[in-house]
Design a protein around this ligand. Sequence first.
Ligand SMILES: [Mg+2]
Length: 235
Amino acid sequence: MSGRQLLFFDLDDTLLDHRGAEEEAQRETFARFASLFLGVSFEAWLSAYREVNGGLWLAYGRGEVDRETLHRRRFTDPLANLGLDASRGGEMGAFYLERYRDAWRLNEGAEEALAQASGLGTVGVLSNGFRDLQRAKLERFDLGRWVEHVVLSEEVGSMKPAREIFDAAVRTSLGPGGSNGTGVRKVYVGDSFETDVVGARRAGWLPVFYNPRRERLAFPALFVTRLADLGPILS
Ligand SMILES: [Mg+2]
């Protein structure tokens, strides 16, 4: 296998429309618990949730909170911040997770990009995020048709942008007897500039920024605005 290029993808908001699923599930949660949200708009709730959730994910990455705490506090904290009753935050979080699972969709061009990549190299998924959810996403869309290696932060014990998780992907792909990845072309496609592009570059991979919203780049990097445009970069 050594010598065959590694073509790895981020999962949330690269292959899968996580933000869309998050918003849809939050909309259903907001409707289900409407009596608790009196006087607060859905937009205000979603933005309060996203801000707290983002901060908790960083704390989780630093090992300061565990997953149960994250699942609970990403509801109780924004409820409390908005002056609302936080006592049913746990129940809300469980309802949300159910709805979130039902709202998963692949991004346009994801299957085609994976199919093409599998003809050009060894395909993997490298993702931060909870193991059970990420594994369930791969299973739901049968991504194992193309994906040979799945590298998850919860299993590796480090999160992007840390180099360790990219190194783990190299070891997993090339095997214990394989090279350390030097001389092997390693491409990583992801939608977060800070996490994916910066992390991959520091680890010696070629980052490709998936940038459908055409965000400004902090420094020059390869990017595509549609997954369908990955072809020439992967080959
Ligand atoms: Mg992502």
